[in-house]
Design a protein around this ligand. Structure first.
Ligand code: MG
Length: 256
């Protein structure tokens, strides 16, 4: 089941995809969605970021090949950082290259959306119950500022640096999905979620022992190898098997 959040005539709704038709849904992230009788062709709506999270929890160096390309050892436990909800954009929105940075990178990632409040999960708690589904994510990063600053906040937090969508795919197994990133149609990253150092259940349990996860929160699981820069005018696509493609374009920050 693919769940879309979209805007039509100034109204924001959720809908469930049926061929190329969205069935307008009642319900919520925590209660679940049920399709009603009202429908709209998907081409006639503006698709939005799939949730409004209280926080976006990101995981660094979670693929071995990416750890190597960044010259880092393998982590012994998940390396976490936060991205602010104010950075969130949806499909088709522009990624704004800040003038403060001279190198802005894409990072295609598998992300998940929390369905049910999760706090201090135990090893035998069924993690799937807490996850609504999965989406594509672009963890846009000002690489020069990440390397310059001691921590990641500035480099990861610029407005538009958290692209998510196009939908929440529910009922899929996140264990072995092909993930690809294209820039201007050229393949730049290609990996499998089976190569995650810390897989989804481990991450959700680990994070829940640090901070309470609430419905709509997004966890993005880390990027495979092949990171690289984006320039104004570029189009970047993150494509994940079973979910779809998240497309955004890059513009330069105004002013100077
Ligand atoms: Mg990342």
């Amino acid at each position: 089941m693919k769940i879309y959040r979209f805007e039509r005539a100034g109204r924001v709704s959720y809908g469930l995809l049926d061929q190329d038709i969205l069935r307008i849904a009642s319900g919520s992230i925590s209660e679940g969605f049920e399709a009603g009788a009202d429908t709209v062709p998907i081409g006639e709506v503006r698709i939005l970021a799939p949730a409004l999270p209280s926080k976006i929890v990101a995981v660094g160096v979670n693929y071995k090949a990416h750890a190597l390309e960044r010259g880092r050892g393998l982590p012994s436990e998940p390396l976490l950082f936060l991205k602010p909800p104010s950075a969130l954009i949806g499909p088709g929105d522009a990624i704004v290259h800040p003038r403060m940075s001279s190198r802005v990178d894409y990072e295609g990632e598998l992300a998940l959306v929390i369905r049910k409040t999760a706090s201090r999960l135990k090893d035998d708690d069924p993690v799937e119950d807490y996850i609504l589904g999965y989406t594509c994510f672009n963890d846009v990063t000002a690489r020069d500022l990440q390397d310059k600053d001691v921590q990641f906040t500035r480099a990861k937090s610029f407005d538009t640096f958290a692209a998510a969508g196009p939908c929440i795919a529910a009922g899929i197994d996140p264990g072995r999905l092909a993930i690809k990133t294209f820039v201007n149609g050229k393949l730049r990253q290609s990996g499998y979620t089976s190569d995650l150092i810390f897989p989804v259940p481990v991450l959700v349990r680990f994070i829940s022992r640090i901070m309470t996860l609430v419905p709509g929160d997004i966890i993005t699981t880390g990027t495979p190898s092949g990171i690289g820069p984006l320039a104004p005018g570029d189009r970047v696509d993150v494509q994940i098997e079973g979910i779809g493609t998240l497309s955004n374009h890059v513009i330069m920050e105004e002013g100077g």
